[in-house]
Design a protein around this ligand. Structure first.
Ligand SMILES: [Zn+2]
Length: 192
């Protein structure tokens, strides 16, 4: 009676080996996908944009630019530990970085060197990895068009159809900054 049992135990052993092998393959496959270096994070959700607006005190392309730079840099870095941001402009984008990345002046996670450049460097303190995020040419032009549109709106009589038209176009630029794909707004360069 012991023979059939032995015979049965072999296939079940093989089966469990196969199962183990498949599980290992799955783990490798998932790890490979997670580690693939892509900078394709989704645009920020509406709640994050609203939080930025409340924190910053007004809606503007500059703070949204900072938010997009910060979020895309964070995604590209895939940092899990403490992060440190260095921003190269002292203006509205600083608040976008603080809200997006959580690296703030108060927690000593933010340094500002005002060169008037719309860019930042994000460092993962633990691994030493570092990425630079810059605004694309397209996003820079969108920022300029926003200033022109709001300037034109102000030159029109309050409540006039012309003014409303310029204001609507300016709002569309803000929407673009909220929703455009990362690749259209930010370019990422791996420094380390
Ligand atoms: Zn602002």
């Amino acid at each position: 009676m012991s023979k059939p049992n032995e015979m049965l135990s072999k296939p079940s052993c093989i089966k469990s080996s196969i199962r183990y092998g498949v599980s290992l393959l799955l783990v490798f496959a998932v790890t490979a996908v997670v580690n693939t270096p892509t900078a394709t994070s989704a645009p920020p959700d509406a709640e994050t944009c609203e939080r930025l607006e409340r924190f910053h005190g007004h809606t503007c392309p500059g703070s949204l630019m900072g938010l997009r730079l910060g979020l895309t840099a964070k995604e590209a870095l895939k940092g899990h530990g403490k992060l440190k941001a260095k921003c190269f402009i002292l203006a509205c984008p600083v608040d976008g970085i603080q809200v997006g990345v959580g690296t703030t002046w108060g927690n000593r996670g933010l340094e500002v060197e005002n060169r008037g450049e719309m860019s930042m460097v994000l460092t993962d303190i633990e691994s030493g990895r570092q990425v630079e995020a810059r605004l694309t040419e397209k996003a820079t032009k969108k920022g300029t068009s926003y200033r022109e549109l709001t300037g034109k709106a102000r030159s029109q009589t309050a409540g006039s159809p012309e003014r409303k038209g310029f204001e609507k176009d300016a709002e569309a630029v803000l929407d673009w900054f909220r929703t455009a794909p990362d690749s259209e707004v930010v370019t990422i360069k791996v420094l380390k």
